[in-house]
Write a protein that binds this ligand. Structure first.
Ligand code: FAD
Length: 381
């Protein structure tokens, strides 16, 4: 076993929390599209937010493997809940890596306790995959800045207190002309669009943000002016490991549900688990979940060991996202017609899986990254 005692302890704690608190609520949260603030308070108290934040900054200081283990377990309970954990990890990684002491003191305690909700704000109507197309701008105004523009499909937008917003600060400088601002959403000029109604992960609140002459003090700039694109992208390797682990968690839940159902459901006077056609479906789900899990752990371990992890993070995200969609479809198949009916877990899991191929860089983009890495650095493992 390559996991340490600490890895197993934290995983088991997250597993217990997912079994006792998260999974029993998932169907209701999906049906009502409800934001489970009470669950996030409990996660904050258990230390499940900001897993990689060093102890001296108020976090538990765990490695990326631990983060992946927690994400899988939470997602096995319900992917929206894991997604909240992933979002806090992304924002806290940016704060730890690039933030000033004052910025960390202002935002980390609230994000880690779950009291403050954050948002990671890149996407715009004309800038999805191609982030270089963003139009949101921040223009100097004395010591500070004035922010104008808008973002769409931002996770937590309807409920967030603070957003890390990528804006253009030099219109002539392409990728090098973007900066990140930590925007308190209670400032004048910030408004929110309506909540989007999504196919899956329906407890995750997603929506638009508008910035209309929002005045920002100089100290809201994160890190170095003009390095925003680079900073946002630098957090994505770890972000992709998180989404890959989340995808594994969805598929693992599908596997568990399918194995149980196959042993209970009888046709032709015997459990359907006795038919080879069903056994092969179960075996295919299990082997692909395990393969994806190992890719996730390998990518996480590469990050922790300081290796060049980019291709491995993209492989894990791409494989696990595609696997989760294909194998939750197989879990639906094991359930037959019941799998297509609302209220059966596998029906939700299939819907929850689809976004794993789209966000945190679509799987087409992951393939582009893998190919670019192979062609520029060689195919050697
Ligand atoms: C539920 C949800 C939550 C989200 N949360 C956030 C968030 O919190 N913060 C945030 O900033 N954004 C968020 N997003 C946005 C998400 O990151 C984008 O949807 C994603 O990056 C794809 O951009 P797009 O939708 O504009 O698709 P497009 O970029 O328009 O792509 C459309 C299709 O073209 C393909 N394509 C594009 N370019 C290429 C290329 N060069 N080669 C091959 N294929 C290509 C894509 O893979 C895709 O299949 C969220 C989206 C959703 C749906």
């Amino acid at each position: 076993m390559y996991l340490s005692e600490t890895h197993v302890q934290v995983r088991d704690m997250a597993r217990q929390f997912a079994n006792e608190v998260v999974r029993p609520l998932a169907e209701e949260l999906d049906r009502e599209e409800r934001f489970p603030a009470e669950v996030y308070d409990q996660m904050g108290a258990l230390g499940l937010f900001g897993i990689g934040v060093p102890e001296e900054m108020g976090g538990p200081g765990f490695d990326t493997v631990t983060y992946a283990l927690v994400m899988e377990e939470l997602s096995r309970g319900y992917a929206s809940v894991a997604d909240q954990c992933g979002l806090v990890e992304l924002l806290s990684t940016l704060l730890v890596t690039y933030g000033s002491d004052a910025q960390r003191a202002e935002w980390l305690p609230g994000l880690l306790s779950g009291k403050l909700k954050g948002a990671y704000c890149l996407t715009e109507a004309e800038a999805g995959t191609d982030v270089s197309g963003i139009r949101t701008s921040a223009v100097r105004d004395g010591e500070g800045w004035v922010l104008n523009g808008g973002k769409i499909w931002i996770h937590n937008a309807p409920v967030a207190d603070v957003g890390f917003v990528l804006a253009r600060t030099d219109p002539e400088a392409g990728h090098r002309g973007m900066s990140i601002f930590i925007v308190d959403f209670h400032r004048d000029g910030v408004s929110r669009g309506p909540k989007e109604h999504k196919m899956g992960q329906r407890a995750s609140q997603v929506g638009a943000l508008n910035f209309d002459d929002v005045r920002l003090p100089a100290e809201t700039l994160l890190g170095v002016e003009g390095r925003g694109f680079h900073m946002m992208m630098s957090a994505l390797d770890k972000g992709r490991v998180g989404i890959a682990a989340l995808a594994v968690g969805i598929a693992q839940a599908g596997l568990e549900a399918a194995v149980d159902y196959a042993q209970q459901r009888k046709q032709f006077k015997k459990p359907i688990s006795e038919f080879q056609g069903v056994q092969w479906l179960l075996a295919d789900i299990a082997k692909d979940v395990e393969a994806a899990r190992l890719l996730v752990h390998n990518a996480a371990w590469k990050i922790d060991s300081g290796a060049d992890a980019t291709r491995y993070c993209s492989m894990a995200k791409c494989f696990a996202g595609d696997m989760a969609v294909a194998r939750t479809a197989d879990a639906v198949q094991v359930f037959g017609g019941s799998g297509y009916i609302r209220g059966f877990e596998v029906e939700r899991l299939y819907r929850d899986a689809k976004i794993c191929q789209i966000y945190e860089g679509t799987n087409q983009i992951q393939r582009m990254i893998i190919a670019r890495e192979l062609l520029s650095k060689g195919a050697a493992a």
